[in-house]
Design a protein around this ligand. Structure first.
Ligand code: ZN
Length: 476
């Protein structure tokens, strides 16, 4: 049975299959803009994309996963200037932090992680193709705009009401576009190339239309073309990217290459809410992984919570939900321990799913796997897992082996890890932060800093116990 997934473009559930003659399933996901910490709403998207990739791989597809880094736009340039850093140093710092969070959350590393700045020539070439084909025009100041009226099926992804086009006058951050708006022939036309402005500082590149920088939308079109070709299998992103970003990607790509069917399948996930409210800086509810770790939660627990709702519906994040993750995972661990003993396996066997890959058996977890394959129903899958775990009755060693293989595979698809060390809940944030900084210093072999931080912990009445793979914090 192939994995079935809802497609935003056709509004139908469709099977995800390799195209005839192709060996890999090409998957492009819009990546982070690296100007600050990614929050748990961003990570809901990246985690669900990771679950999709893992599910496809467990189902036997070879996936090529491309996720870009947006390292040049208004926000990154402003952030670098405010920090007194070069754009490169500023975005590298935030990229490194993003990668650290991805590792902690168990997100598989994309096969290609292209950066916008590394693909300026490809973006310029694509803009040139659009100009040559009459889909773009150069304004007096050297900016280049996409001519929306030249694209007959513009808006097909969101089944766009043309009156909505006026919102193009705003950029992705909801701010009004540059003052050169009057240069545009129509308010719905969007910038492919932005001519150099004094406030851009040193951040400009040469082009046939003068110095400047690319617009945001063209990045993803150029990078997906470079790494997956003119058409590929699946494009993912948060639902907020549907319009205008993904509509613009389709229009640019199909008009530049002349090939229809840019992405065969569109995978969009709904928002994350916090305590029933929309997440926003002003609400003060933009949690980051670091903040949750400082409260004593683990990244694995956050992952469990983030996949606890169906991707097509909003997920309401609460700290009470986070607290419920630990006992739920502990219940799985107790069950797995019992079955591992019955099967004659060790915990290490369970942690290495590759050793089970040859096994086609799912044991009693076959229904959970079926549910996951049906529109990536992660909450239904988790519910079915707990149904099995809650079953009473004798289990034979043979059944135990099958069950353990099945559970290991399904948890691998979900990216949930059992038997990982957990900090004590209730460690004060400042103490957890000291502990994390000392651990990082030790990993970086900065022993002087590690010693200093240990002294600070001792002074605060805490001790840190190091293990091979982490640490525990205990009151003295
Ligand atoms: Zn994108």
């Amino acid at each position: 049975m192939p994995v079935i997934l809802h497609d935003t473009l056709s509004r139908e559930k469709r099977p995800l299959l390799l195209k005839p003659g192709r060996e890999v399933f090409g998957m492009y996901c819009c990546g982070p803009t690296v100007y600050g910490p990614a929050h748990i709403g961003n990570f809901r998207t990246f985690t669900l994309q990771d679950v999709l990739r893992r599910t496809l791989e467990v189902a036997g597809l070879k996936v090529k996963h491309v996720r870009n880094i947006t390292d040049v736009d208004d926000k990154t340039i402003r952030g670098a200037q405010a920090a007194g850093q070069t754009l490169g140093a500023f975005t590298q710092g935030w990229t490194d932090k993003f990668h650290a969070d991805c590792r902690a959350l168990g997100l598989l590393v994309p096969h290609v992680e292209p950066s916008a700045i590394e693909h300026i020539p490809q973006q310029v070439a694509m803009i040139q193709a659009l100009v040559d084909r009459g889909h773009a025009y150069v304004a007096k100041d050297g900016s280049v705009y996409f001519k929306v009226c030249s694209c007959a099926d513009y808006g097909k992804l969101t089944h766009l009401d043309r009156s909505k086009l006026e919102t193009q006058a705003k950029n992705s951050a909801g701010e009004a576009n540059d003052a050169d708006e009057y240069e545009r022939e129509s308010a719905s036309d969007f910038a492919l190339w932005k001519s150099r402005k004094p406030e851009d500082g040193a951040n400009f590149w040469p082009s046939p239309w003068g110095e400047g920088r690319p617009g945001w939308h063209i990045e993803c079109s150029a990078m997906s073309l470079a790494h997956l070709g003119a058409t590929f299998d699946l494009h993912g992103g948060g639902i907020d990217l549907c319009f205008p970003h993904h509509e613009n990607e389709i229009a640019q790509s199909e008009c530049a290459t002349g090939v229809k069917g840019y992405a065969a399948h569109w995978f969009h996930n709904a928002h994350l809410m916090v305590d029933g409210e929309k997440m926003s800086k002003s609400e003060g509810n933009l949690y980051t992984l670091l903040q949750l770790e400082a409260k004593g939660f683990t990244a694995n627990e956050l992952r469990y919570v983030l996949i606890g709702g169906h991707y097509r519906g909003p997920l309401n994040f609460t700290l009470a939900g986070m607290e419920a993750a630990r006992p739920a995972i502990a219940k799985l661990e107790r069950w797995a321990d019992r079955l591992l003993a019955l099967a004659g396996f060790s915990r290490a066997d369970f942690a290495a799913p590759s050793s089970h890959e040859v096994q086609t058996t799912w044991g009693r977890f076959a229904p959970a796997w079926d549910i996951l394959q049906e529109d990536l129903n992660t909450p239904g899958c988790l519910g079915q897992i707990f149904t099995v775990v809650g079953e009473n009755g004798e289990v034979s060693p043979h059944q135990a082996r099958e069950d353990v293989c099945g559970l290991a595979k399904i948890l691998h698809a979900l990216g949930i890890v059992l038997f990982v060390p957990k900090p004590e809940l209730g460690v004060p944030a400042a103490i957890a932060d000291l502990g994390a900084r000392r651990w990082a210093a030790k990993q970086a072999k900065d022993f002087a800093a590690a010693d200093r931080l240990r002294q600070e912990l001792t002074a605060a009445g805490w001790t840190m116990l190091d293990r091979k793979d982490g640490f525990d914090l205990r009151p003295l």
